[in-house]
Design a protein around this ligand. Sequence first.
Ligand SMILES: Cc1cc2nc3c(=O)[nH]c(=O)nc-3n(C[C@H](O)[C@H](O)[C@H](O)COP(=O)(O)O)c2cc1C
Length: 436
Amino acid sequence: MCARRRRDVCHVMPHGERSTPAPINSDSHQPTEPHRQREQTSQARNRASSVIPLQSTTSREKMVAKEAMPLLTPHKLGQFNLSHRVVLAPLTRCRSYGSVPQPHAALYYSQRATKGGLLISEATDVSVTAKGYPETPGIWTEEQVEAWKPIVDAVHRKGAFFICQIWHVGRVSTNDYQPDGQAPISSTDKQITPEPDGRHDAEGGVVYSKPRRLQIDEIPAIVDDFRRAARNAIEAGFDGVEIHGAHGYLLEQFMKDSCNDRTDEYGGSLENRCRFAVEVIDAVIREVGAERVGIRLSPFVDYMDCYDSDPHALGAYMVQQLNKHRGFLYCHMVEPRMAIVDGRRQILHGLLPFRKAFNGTFIAAGGYDREEGNKVVADGYADLVAYGRLFLANPDLPKRFELGVPLNKYDRSTFYTQDPVVGYTDYPFHDGSTAE
Ligand SMILES: Cc1cc2nc3c(=O)[nH]c(=O)nc-3n(C[C@H](O)[C@H](O)[C@H](O)COP(=O)(O)O)c2cc1C
């Protein structure tokens, strides 16, 4: 299945970022089923056709603005009234020195904030053992919570909503990141396979350490770390949390059968493998309420040696679990892969069964541009579209989409560097300015 197609199809970079996709045979393009037409989508189209073009735009831009722009229509996300559907995807930026969020993050996030927009924060460590990358922020100490507050305030001052993505990397770590040089924890004691040249991936060059399999009686404490992180996120002022259940990190290390080799109640059957994730979801919901909790899942993605022999069943099972919680904020899923069809990158819309099954707001991510984003919102395939690399490089992405103006190119070499400005807050707006 897709999961076995590994890196020859779509090389996934740190955090599930996809490099330029390697073409796959266009014959393998799966025709999508007719998309569910949602009432709100036709409303969206009606509203879109009445968008009033800005005075300052050229006539070509005006035409673009006047055309259907489903991405720029409102959406009610639980209690939050979004004014558009262009979401900032979670993006690790490795600039939180000593695990403490820094003042420069206030500028970075507020540059990307718009009135009624939705931002998802970079993955944020739930505990001291959760870390696997340099200078990622945490949210388990009072100092970290206090440091997040002005950042969240800066986003709120712009009128945007801000969700904190909380994660534990599990075995995607090394002893160096762990307290007292201990082994990273996981569902398993299997190490991520080092690349033959001794480097795990093209960017990080990391050989991840051999993990230590969690004992059953240790699991409740890790679940509790997620609960505490969620409480702290709300305390810091975030509007909600996104549980990181994607890209081969701890939740997936339990969920996916390439990795989970346990024989206890956390391994074996699908239900058992999902038990840890379900416990985390339940604990976080009990703490802050379903209306403040979303989740990111990537059943199809094969990253960090984490893939599943039946991603359809895995995704369907998880959606069933989410549906048990009335008012669950959103389900955010990462697209399986991209294909080149007739010379153009195309998204295969493999998430459709999950979108159909999930009762609430559905966010799609992975490889979207303006055109594909508008298409999937118009078709009812997704309610919201999360943009990673394009938003990273274009702080005013929704405005650029509205105007149809060219986009800045992202600079991959500064994705994970520690400079507080370069490659972070210095991407220009469409009018050439770099400040807010
Ligand atoms: C620099 C960078 C950092 C990322 N960090 C995270 C992260 O912290 N959490 C996460 O779930 N995904 C992370 N991702 C994946 C993105 O959220 C997104 O799914 C991916 O970039 C594909 O979307 P795109 O084609 O719009 O960029 C990261 C991607 C990049 C490029």
